[in-house]
Ligand binder design. Structure first.
Ligand code: UGA
Length: 442
């Protein structure tokens, strides 16, 4: 990726920024702010991650991130430290980008946010602004304010909307910037950091800003649940979901984005945030049944894909060898958190199948991580297809489309494909002799 050199709009000053947490949000945020000309210190307390960054290796797979980080380091705008306390020294703005995992009841676990706030509280510069970038429940800005307990420090909500895999582009060219705070001056200062994006700006109170974040992800999830359910209906009535969705997408009010049926939505955000919003609603005494329905519909979609595989194997996968292509929750990332692909693969194992899986980001290893323990990991897609009774395409890696399908055909015990991403051309693979089942199409 070629980077246009960044820079601030004329007249806007370079600010000193600390970012706490070099994960999927913190790292692109830090690199982007450095690209905009601010001086950024990124704190990461996990030594392996910090070492990787210091030696120019990216701890996450993200297109263009290595170039953006290298640019920041070369210009001196971006540096790394293992200590949050050190990072906030001299910083006018401190972005909290730590994890907010899900608790068993669906609510967000704020312990990392709270711990980070506590750690930096007494070390913040007078008048510093703390920015909540992590996805946090409504009311969290107030919680952070209380933890910090300093009248001179303002807390501002500034949710991120970047997608994994396209985080750099999404950070450099966001659809909008949302800033929420009770202190209007602090909100305006935070908004100013992103002036170079030229994005529409929404300045509001913290509660509204926090709600916008959850509402966005909940809406996207609901849209996909609708699309997947519609694809199921298309199969029943004999319509072609791809054409139906094309017909929908041309309506500008609906649009083409987020309209691809698949194995169900997943990842580290949509499942967590929909459940958290449901929890928030219930606590407020509001029954958000539409959202509960979208979540239930997503579970049905996973089950529907499993049934398709059973059907492709003649009714049961018990004892069958299955090839699986794709384990990450979507293509162009190495993230398997809450991945529908992985959930389906493991479900098939639980039903008695022997799963041979290939994913471009997963290397076969003698001692695989826990989430991969039940699966046979293959070094290439052909090995995953060898002697399989069905091949299941679960993640939409583009490279799968360009494989030698006559070789795949000759390797398989039974040439059946379940394409949960509608990635392949059904007539082309059928002509080769495969039995093919996609999503929402014949
Ligand atoms: C999502 C949101 O899209 C971001 O705006 C948000 O900032 C982010 O969560 C977050 O809260 O941090 P992300 O989790 O990276 O981003 O993934 P998406 O691209 O939204 O995909 C989510 C799931 O929907 C994946 O499982 C994907 O395969 C699925 N999907 C997406 C489809 O099945 N069909 C589509 O057309 C689009």
């Amino acid at each position: 990726m070629t980077l246009r050199s960044g820079g601030r709009p004329p007249g806007s000053p370079a600010r000193r920024v600390a970012v706490i947490g070099a994960g999927y949000v913190g790292l692109p945020t830090a690199a982007t702010l450095a690209h905009f000309g601010h001086t950024v210190v990124l704190a990461e307390r996990e030594p392996a991650r910090l070492d990787a960054l210091r030696s120019g290796r990216m701890p996450i797979v993200e297109v263009g991130l290595d170039d953006l980080v290298a640019e920041g380091v070369a210009t001196g705008s971006l540096s790394f430290t293992g200590s949050a306390v050190e990072a906030v020294r001299g910083a006018e703005f401190v972005f909290l980008c730590v994890a907010t995992p899900q608790r068993s009841d669906g609510s967000a676990d704020l312990s990392f946010v709270e711990a980070a706030a506590k750690e930096i509280a007494t070390h913040l510069e007078p008048g510093a602004v703390v920015v909540n970038k992590s996805t946090v429940p409504v009311g969290s800005a107030t919680m952070v304010e209380q933890v910090i307990g300093r009248p001179d420090v303002s807390v501002v909500s500034n949710p991120e909307f970047l997608r994994e895999g396209t985080a750099v582009v999404d950070s450099l060219k966001p659809d909008r910037i949302v800033v929420g705070a009770d202190d209007a001056a602090a909100a305006a200062e935070v908004a100013g950091l992103f002036g170079a994006t030229g994005a529409p700006l929404i300045v509001t109170d913290a509660t509204t800003s926090e709600t916008i974040k959850y509402a966005s992800n909940a809406f996207l999830a609901t849209k996909l649940s609708f699309v997947n359910a519609l694809a199921g209906l298309c199969e029943e009535v004999g319509a072609d979901a791809r054409d139906v969705l094309l017909g929908l997408g041309y309506d500008k009010r609906i649009g083409f984005e987020f309209l691809k049926p698949g194995p169900g939505w997943g990842g580290s955000c949509l499942p967590k945030d929909t459940r958290a919003l449901l929890h928030i609603a219930r606590q407020a005494g509001y029954e958000f049944s539409l959202l509960a329905g979208a979540i239930a519909s997503n579970d049905e979609q996973l089950a529907r894909v499993v049934s398709k595989v059973e059907e492709a194997c003649g009714g049961s996968v018990d004892g069958a060898t299955l090839g699986v292509w794709g384990l990450t929750f979507k293509a162009n990332t190495d993230d398997r958190r809450d991945s529908p692909s992985l959930q389906i693969a493991r479900h098939l194992v639980a039903l008695g199948a022997r799963v041979q899986a290939f994913d471009p980001t997963v290397e076969p290893q003698p001692d695989p991580p826990e989430d991969l323990a039940d699966l046979g990991l293959c070094p290439d897609p052909y090995e995953a297809a060898a002697k399989a009774r069905a091949l299941v395409v679960l993640t939409e890696w583009d490279e799968f489309r360009w494989l030698d399908f006559s070789r795949v055909f000759s390797l398989m015990a039974r040439p059946a494909i379940v394409d949960a991403r509608n990635l392949l051309d059904p007539s082309a693979v059928r002509r080769m002799g495969f039995r093919y089942a996609g999503i929402g199409r014949q």
